[in-house]
Structures are given as structure tokens and as C-alpha cells.
Ligand binder design. Structure first.
Ligand code: B16
Ligand code: MG
Length: 222
């Protein structure tokens, strides 16, 4: 394993609750719609505009809005979200992540970020992790969002590695699909049943370690 390509939301910090709260507020105010709790998981790793399209479809109002109105609603949701993440600090880094980063650095493993979030650089800044990563793939520059492999391929390319030399890390079903289709070994955090396509699934980020990643990588390349 020469590189590690990380998802952000759900892996480095838990922002899914803020995304869900912001979408719920928008749905209520603009669509008079109550979002079911299942949407918090369902929208993980899904881009801003694809998330809104899923919500409009759920409400049966997909064809009722112009592109301009859809863009305006997405921007409004992002406003709510930005307000919610204002208070993020180093204390919001998920358990085990600081140790993992230190271990990967010790073993000279390169690190890239492959988040679907356009707010990723701002979030890393708030967490004090901007310098920890060697590269950040820009989701605005890839043609297809997760589950397409584009963002993980961009992450590996940004640290000048072949995907086969990297481990990808995710918490979302769409993200694991993206890692596997990029030709990477996948380590996932969350429900083993849901994330069964990953090479290794652990229940929490506290279970992450260099040894676990390296063993999973070696096993998959046997
Ligand atoms: P933004 P990840 C994803 O981040 C989130 O999981 C997903 O819920 C969100 O809609 C997407 O980023 C876009 O985020 O609106 O900030 O651009 O899990 O790929 O790090
Ligand atoms: Mg995620």
C-alpha cells in the first residue's frame, strides 16, 4: 500500500447529521415535505444536486421546478449547512483518525481526499487537517459523482499513484462502489451487511489502523 484515498463525511468527521438537518429544513420550508430518517443514510456520498433530485422525486414534484429553481434550492440548503458546520473544531475529528494519520505518515503512505463535498477544503481547515493530506481531489472537476469511480481515480492521480497501489476508505454504499470500480482495495466503516462489497468492514473509525489497512491490502492482492 503506497497510498490511502479517504472519503470525508462519515470517515474523518460526522457531517451526515448536518446535511440531513439542512435538507430537512429545505424540504419543509420549500416543499412542505417531511423527510424520513432513512434519508440521512441514503444521501451519504451523494452529490448536492443528486441529493436534491432524489428528494424532489420522493415528494413526487420532480418535474415541477425549472433548473434555475433547483439550483436556487441547492444553494439555500448549502447556506443552512454552512451555518451548521461553522462550529466544527478538532474535537469533531472521529475517533482513531488522528492516530491513523500519524501511523500512515510514519510508514510514508501518501494521503488524498476523495470527497463528494464541495465544502471539503473548508471542513478540513476547521478540523485543522489541511496539512495532513498530500492532495484533495476536486469534485467539481470530475464528470460523474459517486458511485462512479471518477473521484477516487482523481484522488489516486493527485498523489501520482496507480489505483492498484491504494486503499480507499468509505462509509457509504455509493462510495464503496466507487472505490471498487476505481480498482482499489476498499476499507469501510459501518454496517458489514450494507457495505459487503468492501474488502474489509469495521464498525467504527476507532478500529482503523495502518496494520489493518496493510493486511487488507496484502490479502486482496494475494
Ligand atoms: P456538498 P462525502 C458527501 O460527502 C456527503 O456524504 C453527501 O451527503 C453530500 O451531499 C455530498 O458530500 C456533497 O456535499 O453539498 O458539501 O458539496 O461523504 O463524499 O465526503
Ligand atoms: Mg462519506
Amino acid at each position: 500500500m503506497k497510498g490511502c484515498v479517504f472519503d470525508l463525511d462519515g470517515v474523518i468527521t460526522d457531517t451526515a447529521k448536518f446535511h440531513f438537518a439542512a435538507w430537512s429544513q429545505l424540504a419543509k420550508e420549500k416543499l412542505n415535505l417531511e423527510l424520513p430518517a432513512s434519508f440521512e443514510t441514503e444521501l451519504k456520498g451523494v452529490s448536492r444536486i443528486d441529493s436534491l433530485n432524489r428528494i424532489l422525486k420522493f415528494g413526487g414534484v420532480k418535474d415541477d421546478y425549472t433548473d434555475e429553481q433547483v439550483q436556487a434550492m441547492a444553494a439555500e440548503k448549502n447556506g443552512y449547512y454552512l451555518k451548521a458546520i461553522e462550529k466544527l473544531t478538532r474535537d469533531d475529528i472521529l475517533p482513531g483518525i488522528n492516530d491513523l494519520i500519524a501511523q500512515l505518515k510514519e510508514h510514508h503512505v501518501l494521503m488524498a481526499l476523495a470527497s463528494a463535498s464541495k465544502n471539503a477544503p473548508a471542513i478540513l481547515e476547521k478540523l485543522g487537517l489541511m496539512d495532513a493530506f498530500d492532495a484533495i481531489a476536486d469534485p467539481a472537476k470530475v464528470a460523474h459523482g459517486k458511485p462512479a469511480p471518477d473521484i477516487f481515480l482523481a484522488g489516486a492521480a493527485a498523489i501520482n499513484l496507480d489505483p492498484s497501489e491504494c486503499v480507499g476508505v468509505e462509509d457509504a454504499v455509493a462510495g464503496v462502489q466507487s472505490i471498487k470500480d476505481a480498482g482499489m482495495v476498499a476499507v469501510a466503516v459501518g454496517d458489514a451487511h450494507e457495505l459487503a462489497k468492501a474488502d474489509k468492514v469495521v464498525p467504527t473509525t476507532a478500529d482503523f489502523s495502518y496494520d489493518l489497512f496493510e493486511e487488507t491490502y496484502e490479502q486482496a492482492h494475494k
